[in-house]
Design a protein around this ligand. Structure first.
Ligand SMILES: CC(C)(COP(=O)([O-])OP(=O)([O-])OC[C@H]1O[C@@H](n2cnc3c(N)ncnc32)[C@H](O)[C@@H]1OP(=O)([O-])[O-])[C@@H](O)C(=O)NCCC(=O)NCCSC(=O)C[C@@](C)(O)CC(=O)[O-]
Length: 337
């Protein structure tokens, strides 16, 4: 099964193309960005010990995830759960063939990261992600400023990060619906994506933060955005039950990077009513025996999904994870149960 092979092995069988981050890509190779340790955990109500976050990142790396968002350097007053990110990234196991990124909201966050890099013998992270939104209402709720103000704030952050050799990924939230101002104008998604690319972002992740997207609306949105932005620089991120269907719709439009979160964890604290992200296990399962290939050991990810769900005392939201676990229990000899 392709999805269980390491990325390097998968890529060898395709004509190689190297993107701006140096990762080998092929026309049907899908990069999955594992956002569980950041987006997945940021909204959890109880304090998660750093050792659990570190173990989660380590397990995801060992399960073959090639891009892992390890945490964020945001204000702890806004998102208390991410307060210990410096400790987490300093102590996590950093595998040489994986990329680790952190989310940065402003110059203060970047300075905190750069101080950490300066005092670390080896860089704990490889790149940063910056974020804004397609509506002023959401940008204000999430970052206390309008879109225009956020772009003004982020431009020097991106420049400084690039000067330090840190590639920058861009997020645009609420690309379909805004929880505060309703249906989103896709032209705004296009313009904000372009502004982030002009700042030097190597890729834009389009977030259906509320999770109201359907394959039809996702295609419509991508069609408008790709009028101005090259398609291989887009990624798709989803937070609700249409995630897998929307991910497949995005792939059919040429998107080759998908954000996903182990066990379907997460969501933005400033998107009221939204449930978790599309589960990594579900995305991997949906690519099984398909025209697409990806990295990641599905068995190890299923176990990791159950492990973190148990640690958090919550239900595992991955349908595929639950089905694989049930099958394994069914197939196990009775003596081992
Ligand atoms: C942007 C700000 C900081 C503006 O917040 P603000 O209140 O306007 O900023 P401020 O400069 O007035 O700072 C407020 C306090 O925070 C401190 N502070 C300020 N910055 C930092 C920092 N970097 N690190 C540590 N501390 C910081 C600052 O020092 C001050 O402390 P005080 O003086 O009151 O003691 C705030 O709104 C913020 O941190 N927002 C982040 C919210 C967030 O993390 N949301 C979730 C991530 S986005 C997401 O999940 C969506 C995504 C990306 O996954 C895609 C999708 O699905 O849509």
């Amino acid at each position: 099964m392709f999805s269980r092979l390491p990325a390097a092995a998968l890529c060898r069988s395709f004509s190689r193309r190297v993107n701006s981050r140096g990762l080998a890509t092929a026309s049907n190779f899908v990069n999955i960005v594992e956002v569980g340790p950041r987006d997945g955990l940021q909204n959890e109500p109880s304090v998660i010990p750093p050792e659990v976050k570190i173990e989660l990142i380590n397990r995801l790396g060992r399960a073959g995830m090639k891009t892992i968002e390890a945490g964020s350097f945001v204000s702890p007053k806004w998102v208390p759960q991410m307060a210990g990110t410096a400790e987490v990234v300093s102590k996590m196991e950093k595998l040489p063939d994986a990329k680790y990124q952190v989310l940065i909201p402003n110059q203060r966050g970047l300075n905190n990261l750069l101080n950490l890099l300066d005092s670390s013998p080896t860089p704990p992270v490889d790149e940063i992600a910056i974020f804004t939104a397609a509506t002023d209402a959401f940008a204000k709720a999430n970052t206390n400023c309008t879109i225009a103000e956020s772009l003004e704030r982020l431009a020097p952050v991106a420049r400084a990060a690039l000067d330090r050799g840190l590639p920058v990924r861009g997020y645009v939230s609420v690309v379909i619906t805004c929880p505060y101002s309703g249906k989103v104008d896709y032209k705004k998604v296009r313009d904000v994506s372009k502004a982030l690319l002009d700042m030097g972002c190597y890729e834009i992740s389009l977030g259906d933060t509320v999770g109201t997207g359907t394959p039809t609306s996702v295609r419509e949105m991508i069609e408008v955005v790709t009028g101005a932005v090259s398609v291989d620089k887009l990624a798709f991120h989803d937070t609700f039950g249409m995630g897998v269907a929307n991910a497949i719709a995005a792939l059919s439009c040429g998107i080759r990077t998908l954000d996903a979160s182990i066990a379907g964890l997460g969501g933005c604290p400033y998107s009221p009513g939204a449930t978790g992200n599309v589960a990594t296990e579900d995305v991997l399962h949906s690519l099984t025996d398909s025209e697409y290939t990806t990295a990641g050991d599905l068995d190890a990810l299923v176990e990791t999904g159950f492990w973190i769900s148990e640690k958090l005392g919550r239900a595992n939201e991955s349908r595929a994870g639950k089905a694989y676990r049930a099958r394994k229990l069914r197939d196990q000899p009775k003596s081992k149960l």
